[in-house]
Design a protein. Structure first.
Length: 192
């Protein structure tokens, strides 16, 4: 087998890091070591409740070789999202030795080892598992950031663009973890 599934969380938010995860399941006699009951529950992290994601997070970690990469908002602002994704992919390849690397999406970002799979997080269990590790890691980080910047309510929207989040940025300005390169019409009204 030796498949490493890769996914990311945090492409779209205006605050916080991009988090990427790679997962290669531990095998026993050609079978994934994970209990079949849990294996069957693996899917795109967005389709699971936060409670279910948290439960699967620990089970995935126990039954896999995994690597999680955080790329901060300053790197995204300076070098762009494509650079950040490419960096994350390279870090995962460096840290997980697999026969094939399957990435959720439609681009390999110029890295020949990467095979992109559209809707991979729904089709390939290793990508589903990576999706869960990335999402839970990012959500936990944003909940921690909420303690440092309580005025932005990061624990609720996790840095994604919501009406409330935009209003809070208008009121308090950007925090240290906001992505300044993401231009929002609501924050930059034009003359016309």
């Amino acid at each position: 087998m030796d498949i490493c599934g890769i996914d990311e969380a945090g492409r779209g938010p205006i605050a916080g890091p991009l988090v990427m995860a790679g997962v290669m399941f531990l095998m026993e006699n050609g079978q994934c070591k994970m209990d079949n009951e849990y294996y069957k529950k693996l899917t795109d992290s967005k389709k699971l409740t936060p409670k279910k994601r948290e439960e699967l997070f620990e089970i995935i970690k126990k039954n896999s070789i995994y690597h999680i990469v955080f790329i901060d908002n300053e790197t995204i602002d300076k070098k762009g999202l494509s650079f950040a994704i490419k960096f994350g992919l390279k870090e995962i390849i460096k840290n997980i030795k697999a026969k094939s690397y399957l990435f959720d999406g439609n681009s390999n970002f110029g890295i020949k080892e990467i095979k992109p799979i559209i809707k991979g997080d729904l089709k390939i269990k290793e990508i589903s598992a990576a999706s869960i590790l990335a999402k839970v890691s990012r959500d936990r980080y944003m909940i921690e950031m909420d303690k440092i910047y309580p005025e932005y309510n990061f624990k609720k929207h996790k840095g994604y663009i919501t009406k409330e989040h935009i209003e809070l940025i208008k009121k308090y300005g950007y925090s240290k973890i906001h992505r300044k390169s993401y231009k929002l019409k609501a924050l930059n009204p034009t003359l016309f």
